[in-house]
Design a protein around this ligand. Sequence first.
Ligand code: ADP
Ligand code: MG
Length: 445
Amino acid sequence: MITNIEQVLKRGPTTSKDIQFATGMNQAAVSRRIRAMGDGIIRIKIGRSPHYMLISNAFGGGNRLLLSMVDPHGNSTSIGCLRPLAHGGFFLEKLPSMPSVLLGEGKNGLFKDLPYFLYDLAPQGFIGRQIAASMAAQAGFPNDPKEWNVEHIGQYLTSNGDDLPGNLKLGAQAQLRLRSTPVAYTMKDYPRLAEAALDGAIPGSSAGGEQPKFTAFCKERSAHVIVKFSPKGDDATAVRWRDILITEFHAAEAIHAKNFPAAETRLIERDGRYFHESQRFDRVGEFGRLSMISLQSVDAEFAGIGHGWHRVMKALFDEDLVSWQHLFDTAVLWSFGKLINNTDMHLGNLSLSIEGDVFRILPVYDMCSMGFVPKNGEVRPFRFDSPNLDDLTMFPKDAADGIRSAASQMARDFWNRVARDTRISQDFRDFLAKGNPVDLVRMAS
Ligand SMILES: Nc1ncnc2c1ncn2[C@@H]1O[C@H](COP(=O)(O)OP(=O)(O)O)[C@@H](O)[C@H]1O
Ligand SMILES: [Mg+2]
């Protein structure tokens, strides 16, 4: 049976010779057919020889999904088109304004799966589960966002893509939609917004993370915020979560005091809850935006290290994707986290922005004493053995000493600030009265 050219191309990237061999056509006939297929086929050099790939439709949005970027003034620019490939994966067709890091590790826009930076935009965590429940009711999507496949994610992004984390939009619809002025809330509204979030209401914009939260436009700040809140009441769990939110507030303050980057936060007590409000650094005013890609997605594409902010940043530094200064700052922040009992420094808890053709770290968020959270529903007594910071062997000795010293000073300041805060629980106060946990660290030589 003679195979036609589409059938051959559906198997994967194919050279003209392969097509000639599989179809029996001569070179001139193959060239004619390829030309006739016009925009439905792309030609990319893999190694030294040009390969052809067949384009297909995806997400009900045709075969050319516009990718645009919103700038700090709120204006959108088209930066490329996502072209679904018939054999699987995607090709990102570049327009002149596209930052080169979006083209991925291969630098050619070819992806075996969705491009790495789109995974952050899929529903995740507390708010993601509300979104998935709604999409399940409306469109039969899986209830759990972890079970969404590429088609679900793509359909969600192209139909709800105008208010996602960061500054990217996928699909022409998102770019065409009229901008609506965000409703401005004050902290007086937060108790009501928290109740609504717990009842399953989806706030205007999505954000990841497991803790109960909502997003809002804050009138007092004239800025978009992400607000996490503690459980209502005075039981042991509620009290412990309040302590944790207090540590998150002081961590940001201690980081700022040493001029390292952290989100601008406020801690608000209202109607039996604590609200930790963090000003969004991926938003500017009502409509402006800045890029934000999680270290997790960047690692998956460029490094594959999996654990340790500074380890991933070192691999990125080795590939000229981040500066030495940003690697150094990350190592200080990571070490600081270790010294304040932050047991949750996964790669989703640090984000990068794009600066020219490299990445830079964004202000730190979710930096708190997570080691004290209730485990399996049980509130455990306060206990924390400060670790040795012996995980810095990748740095020259001088740099490692500098990192240890900066992180220790910052952490000592952090524990002092927490101990002075009159809002912490008696148990936490008693624990800190034993001394500053950092002074118990045995410095690695
Ligand atoms: N100030 C901020 N600006 C922009 N995005 C933020 C900010 N704080 C958090 N985020 C985003 O929201 C997500 C959830 O916030 P996070 O504080 O990590 O919540 P959780 O404690 O539930 O993990 C983060 O992973 C990050 O993508
Ligand atoms: Mg988090």
